[in-house]
Design a protein around this ligand. Sequence first.
Ligand code: ADP
Ligand code: ADP
Length: 237
Amino acid sequence: MLTIERLSKTYKTGDTALSEVSLTVPKGQIMGLIGPSGAGKSTLIRCINRLVQPTAGRILLSDMDIVSLGKSDLRRQRRRIGMIFQEYALVERLTVMENVLSGRLGYVPFWRSFLRKYPASDIQRAYQLLDRVGLMEHADKRADALSGGQRQRVGIARALAQDPELLLVDEPTASLDPKTSRQIMRLLTEICVERGLPAIVNIHDVPLAQQFMQRIVGLRAGRVVFDGSPDLLTEDA
Ligand code: ADP
Ligand code: ADP
């Protein structure tokens, strides 16, 4: 479970991106984050993965306070949060399998004989994940040989290879066509429910959010202006 308490961020420039945002995301819940450009969505995601240091407030993942982690703890704990990106962020010249395995390490080595470095149990698990995202027969292809939808499936499998306790998903379908977008959102939501994994999805496509998210949080000017079921979302939220 993720608990955010009165989280605020004011950048050095004086821009206040978040003002006392409080949220709880329980296990298995997939929460869509919407709002106009500049609302603070990216800042919220970056505070949770600590690319940005909040000005005030607390972020608790289970009982760990992310805001107060020191550098070495942060490195050790990063694996607990899985990231999925708009442009997939795969290593294009590595294989699908190698990309998935890199999730275990939390960094991406570039040498080729890379599979040998992993215990058999990691490799077996990576195959299970590839099977789950429907890419088993593509395991040995290079990432740059895949379509956008397939790449995002690799991105999902890589994030899951970390055994994360939380998924942060940044506009996962922004580079995909509508049909592929729906397939990816369906896969993501099913996986979160199966694993009891909480997820926050920065999603600019409101109809897609309404179709797939269990809950929507609307941000505007750094504040929560809507928090509820997608059915309750109105035009001006
Ligand atoms: P969104 O993701 O909803 O578009 P952002 O979190 O990117 O919103 O931005 C929220 C506010 O914070 C905006 O006013 C933006 O200009 C400001 N902001 C974002 N990143 C930075 C930064 N690195 N330095 C200064 N201001 C920033
Ligand atoms: P996004 O598309 O994710 O909302 P933006 O295009 O708003 O991102 O911002 C791109 C980059 O510029 C981000 O790294 C963000 O932190 C930074 N940024 C945004 N607004 C500002 C700002 N006012 N001052 C400095 N950096 C900013």
